[in-house]
Design a protein around this ligand. Structure first.
Ligand code: MG
Length: 264
């Protein structure tokens, strides 16, 4: 971790705008998740998301970011993150990781979830449940006075004993006016001293958890991250505000991957 980090704190009017942007991001994520179905292409899903953004008067935080060519990131099965909508058709048994980041009045909301399509394998159900739970475990450490490392460590601490692995090359991040602000939020306990969490910090916490090995590769499109062993990967993300008390999940939504919801 960097020795000195410039973490931007949000208060007052800034925070109200950030809350609103995160609420919009959450609404769009849930609407697009509900649109996912067998027979649709990932391009159709991405275009649907683009229409929703336009209708709500916001724009994608990803489109054009370092040249990223789509409204959302849509990553199927062995794809971890940064998948680009294309002609690939969604099939029963797939999992679709959907990452929606939007800009509204200059402020960004960033969130993601992995959607099961039809009946998925037991191992994949376990993967989804573990990944979503690890996000909420990490959020339980999103409290003023705790170290960032405690929050980060909670993800791996949950999934590793279950036989899963966390991606190390891609991490969560501070978020606000910029998509990627300080600090980095890895899904494992980082080495060295990490910042003490303070009220006003807004963090995108985003476990990326693999069923098999932690190693990943980037496809020839320069974006799509896949697991090296091509086993499935899941991704759940919230933008979270550190307060004086309970963590505030700015992109809050109903949970979707509780074991009882997945029938395990
Ligand atoms: Mg993010």
């Amino acid at each position: 971790m960097a020795k000195r980090t410039k973490i931007k704190l949000k208060h007052g009017r800034e925070l109200e705008l950030m809350r609103a942007a995160c609420h919009t991001a959450s609404q769009i994520l849930q609407e697009v998740a509900a649109f996912i179905a067998p027979g649709k292409t990932t391009l159709e899903v991405d275009q649907f998301a683009g229409e929703l953004m336009k209708a709500r008067g916001c724009r994608s935080a990803f489109l054009g970011y370092r040249g990223f060519p789509a409204f959302t990131c849509i990553s199927l099965n062995e794809e971890v993150v940064h998948g680009i909508g294309n002609q690939r058709m969604i099939q029963p048994g797939d999992i679709v990781s959907l990452d929606v980041g939007i800009v509204q009045n200059g402020w960004i909301g960033d969130n993601a979830l992995t959607v099961p399509v039809g009946e998925i394998s037991l191992e994949t159900k376990r993967l989804l449940a573990a990944t979503e739970q690890s996000l909420y475990d990490a959020i339980s450490f999103a409290r003023a006075g705790l170290r960032l490392a405690d929050l980060c460590g909670a993800v791996e601490a949950h999934v590793k004993p279950l036989g899963f692995s966390v991606v190390r090359e891609f991490v969560g991040h501070g978020v606000g006016r910029d998509l990627h602000e300080e600090p980095q939020v890895p899904n494992y306990r980082p080495q060295g001293k990490t910042p003490i969490l303070e009220p006003g910090m807004t963090l995108a916490i985003e476990p990326m958890v693999n069923a098999g090995v932690a190693y990943v590769k980037i496809l020839a499109d320069g974006w799509t991250v896949v697991t090296e062993d091509r086993k499935p990967s899941a991704h759940f993300e919230h933008t979270v505000l550190i307060t004086d008390g309970e963590p505030e999940i700015l992109t809050d939504r109903p949970r979707t991957a509780l074991p009882e919801q997945l029938g395990i």
